[in-house]
Write a protein that binds this ligand. Structure first.
Ligand code: GLN
Length: 493
């Protein structure tokens, strides 16, 4: 067959199932591609060639034995380094976990393996998923395949860059404030944050537990939906996992029909701070949806403008508690344990050496926001704002089926451009954070290249909790009308 790395996940699975290509051939083609271009992109922190080829061989053997194959059997995937994978280094982009090999699989990892998905390796990310550019990785930044001087977004920039540069047709990300959708937008790929609780968090190293959610990265909407159905569903190992049927996202992606749907454009997300070219492409996308038979109206969600400050109290508060487990005793790094120091000193030296600046900033901020005397004023107040944002969504969904906005206010920025300005970095998630706070589903689908800089723009579609299928329906309809996946235009590396 021609270049196997150019196929979609759906096409690869079909080729493997029919015997047109073997899973081993497919895995090898992707490993070769990684060897050829990842020096430039740096999407992977660890490539598990032997594990990938062995998993692929198992799929080929199962086929030869006449066993039924799952819908993604033999398809390679890039796994964000925030999910544990038994025996394979898992760092979360942090020095503090360097050398740690988890003794167990995350539920997401286990489901991928059981489905015959071929895990190629672990992808780069902002340390503990805190960031919007992948520059906060302790292992150096990932580069955007559209322009190697630019960031691929974050925190899951590694998975999105791997998918955009044809090193893998599928990736897994996690989205606490936008870390699947924002990288998808700026790399011209598809990324979905399922309803909170839709995908198990067991084995997902926690950043902010009430917000973290795993989800799919892909080049097409159908591929994202196929992966979504493989990883989603109730899990007794995660007490926040929803015990309800997985929304029929694959059927919705196949239906790709928006006629009669009511689409609301969020009024608050436009104007100052939004790149004109991004806004242009967004307005055009809305017009396309209207031409496909959707009814479009403007909807006000007045509290969305407070989402960012609320998030930057809630997420650091939860992270200050979650990251307390990295104490130099149980996992990874231990500094200064030479017999002259007590446990507290070793803990303090380890955390000082092991955590980067952004992680420290958030632990300090979160510890302060939770401290006695300030708890109500900061954390408590932020939780009230969270309720108001959820109510904005509820009110909006009384009159529309989905909400849409730009995924990010700008296209990919240059490496280093925002590195010393946390506020500028935080603004990248202005439009994505509300869905994390409400727990609803949201995704990003490419909507062309910005006329001002030629870089990818994302259309965000937000749906109510457990109505993930609605957003796939809209995304697939838009993708079909816009001429198919945008990654067909990625410059050759
Ligand atoms: N960029 C946001 C942050 O820094 C969101 C990160 C995420 O979704 N993991 O917290």
């Amino acid at each position: 067959m021609s270049d196997l790395t150019r196929l979609t996940a759906f096409e690869i699975a079909s080729a493997v199932a029919s015997g047109e290509a073997s899973a081993v051939e497919v895995a090898q083609a992707h490993l070769d591609r990684i060897a050829a271009v990842d020096d430039m992109v740096h999407a992977f922190l660890h490539v598990d060639s032997a594990g990938a080829l062995a998993a692929a061989a198992r799929v080929d053997a199962a086929r030869a034995a006449g066993e039924a194959l799952g819908p993604l059997a033999g398809v390679p995937l890039a796994l964000k380094d925030v999910f544990t994978m038994s025996g394979v280094p898992t760092t979360c982009g942090s020095k503090i976990l360097e050398g740690w090999r988890p003794p167990y699989d995350a539920t997401v990892t286990r489901r991928l393996k059981e489905a015959g998905v071929v895990i190629l390796g672990k992808t780069n990310m902002d340390e503990f998923a805190m960031g919007s550019s992948t520059e906060n990785s302790a292992y150096g930044p990932t580069r955007n395949p559209w322009d190697l001087d630019r960031v691929p977004g974050g925190s899951g920039g590694g998975s999105s860059a791997a998918v955009a540069s044809f090193m893998a047709p599928l990736g897994i990300g996690t989205d606490t404030g936008g870390s699947i959708r924002q990288p998808a937008a700026v790399t011209g790929t598809v990324g979905a944050k399922p309803t909170y609780g839709g995908v198990s968090r067991y084995g997902l190293i926690a950043f902010s537990s009430s917000l973290d959610q795993g989800g799919p990265c892909a080049r097409t909407v159908l591929d994202a939906a196929l992966l979504h159905e493989v990883i989603a569903g109730h899990d007794v190992m995660d007490s926040t996992s929803i015990s309800a049927p997985v929304p029929p996202v694959v059927a919705a992606a196949r239906a790709a029909d928006v006629s009669g749907m009511r689409i609301g454009v969020v009024r608050e997300f436009s104007g100052e701070g939004y790149q004109p070219g991004v806004e242009t492409r967004f307005r055009e996308a809305v017009a396309v949806l209207e031409s496909l038979g959707a009814s479009v109206s403007e909807v006000s969600c007045p509290h969305f403008t407070y989402a960012l400050p609320a998030y930057y109290l809630i997420a650091p508060s939860e992270c200050s508690s979650n990251l307390a487990r990295f104490d130099g005793m149980r996992f990874g790094l231990r500094v200064g344990d030479d017999g002259t120091r007590d446990a507290e000193q070793v803990m303090s030296l380890t955390r000082d050496a092991g955590f980067g600046d952004e992680v420290k900033r958030r632990i300090i901020l979160g510890t302060f926001a939770l401290s006695s005397g300030y708890y109500d004023a900061y954390y408590g107040q932020a939780q009230k704002v969270r309720t108001l944002i959820t109510r904005d969504f509820e009110r909006a969904f009384e009159s529309v089926d989905v909400l849409v906005s730009m995924t990010t206010p700008t296209t990919a920025f240059r490496i280093g451009e925002r590195a010393d300005d946390p506020m500028a970095m935080y603004l990248a998630d202005l439009c994505t954070i509300p869905s994390n706070l409400s727990g609803g589903a949201a995704m990003s689908v490419p909507c062309g290249l910005s006329p001002d800089d030629g870089l990818p723009v994302g259309l965000q579609i937000m749906a109510p909790a457990l109505a993930d299928d609605r957003m796939y329906r809209v995304a697939a309809a838009y993708e079909a009308a816009s001429g198919g996946p945008l990654t067909r235009e990625v410059p050759a590396l």
